[in-house]
Design a protein around this ligand. Structure first.
Ligand SMILES: CC[C@H](O)CC(=O)C(=O)O
Ligand code: MN
Length: 342
């Protein structure tokens, strides 16, 4: 009998790093990992929020070297496998090798949804190192279904064992997830995964739709400890899937207890859908834009939400942060013209 219908990857020790300014310490990682391992969670991702090599002035310095955290997590686990995230360009194959030497079992190679081709070398290296390898297509809401399928097929052709559709901005609506996961399931031979963000309060609904359409790899963050409003809340997902008779193999009560007793005290503020995360989901813009938009809003005396909505319409991607000032000044000028005309 198969112990699990769906394999869950717990991402609080990686995606959650964004929410606590990359401040994880070894003792916190050990406590969380031990409890997740005892709850029988199959995969636990540990890295800087932006993946291996992310610790920098640009992405935020880690309080503790991520390899110390990874090593501690590996040594703590009796059954769970430790995973790492790697964004080519931020991390390199050198860091992947260090992670593999430390005992990591799975690597997730992440690219923007239109840039799967940059993952080729890293997916090959990961396979060569004997790691289970996942292709992770970020900001998937930005492209039509056909493009998503094309990029997923590329990752499959490079040797990925699993390909994830990643809702980085928490922007997907359930019918969009349904259509895309169904198309991926039809086109690909490998397993399909789904990673949600809860900015529109749809992470759980979207995750259930993804599972219905054939996704078998699902990400969650305990207590919603992930970027923005967090991810699909793992302990809730485990309970919901149990009610649906979908086996995760994870101990529901142990997940609830570790969420409350071990993870909640780590949060800097409770994870909730704030004005900021809600507008990111609504506009379909990645969370790194929020801080810059708030600064530009102050400078030009405009509403940061108007800036983000406009950036969403212009389909900006990471690296185009310079457009924020242009958009803010344009909104300010348009408003001045309107006021003059009144
Ligand atoms: C910048 C990496 C990013 O946090 C990966 C991820 O979890 C996502 O795109 O949602
Ligand atoms: Mn994420």
């Amino acid at each position: 009998m198969n112990e699990r219908d769906v394999l869950i990857t717990e991402v609080a020790l990686r995606d959650g790093s964004h929410a606590i300014a990359h401040s994880y310490k070894v003792d916190q990682v050990v406590r969380v990992t031990k409890a997740l391992d005892e709850a029988n969670v199959p995969y636990i991702e540990v890295s800087h929020g932006d993946g291996l090599g992310g610790s920098s002035l640009q992405y935020g310095l880690s309080t503790t070297n991520e390899f110390e955290l990874i090593e501690a997590a590996v040594h703590t686990c009796k059954q769970s496998k430790i995973a790492v995230l790697l964004l080519p360009g931020i991390g390199t194959v050198k860091e992947l090798k260090v992670a593999a030497d430390l005992g990591v079992k799975m690597a997730r190679i992440a690219t923007h949804v239109t840039e799967a081709d940059v993952s080729k070398q890293h997916i090959s290296k990961s396979k060569e190192l004997g790691l289970e390898t996942v292709g992770f297509l970020m900001m998937s809401h930005m492209v039509p279904v056909e493009k998503l399928v094309e990029q997923a097929l590329l990752m499959e052709s490079y040797g990925a064992d699993v390909v994830y559709m990643v809702d980085s901005a928490g922007a997907f609506l359930p019918h969009e997830v349904k259509q895309r996961i169904a198309a991926l399931r039809q086109a690909l031979s490998v397993e399909i995964g789904f990673h949600a963000h809860n900015n529109l309060s749809l992470a759980m609904a979207n995750t259930l739709v993804a599972i219905e359409e054939g996704a078998t790899r699902i990400d969650g963050s305990v207590r919603c400890l992930g970027a923005g409003a967090g991810n699909t809340q793992t302990e809730v997902l485990v309970g919901v899937l149990e009610r649906l008779n979908i086996k995760t193999g994870i101990d529901f009560y142990k997940m609830m207890d570790l969420a409350e007793d071990i993870v909640a005290p780590i949060l800097h503020t409770p994870q909730e859908i704030t004005r900021g995360s809600l507008i990111l989901g609504y506009a379909g813009v990645y969370s790194s834009f929020l801080l810059h938009a708030n600064r530009a809003a102050k400078k030009w005396n405009v509403d940061a939400r108007d800036i983000l909505v406009e950036l969403g319409k212009q389909r900006v991607v990471g690296g185009q942060e310079d457009m924020i000032q242009d958009v803010a000044s344009k909104i300010a000028k348009e408003r001045a013209v309107l006021l003059k005309g009144e």
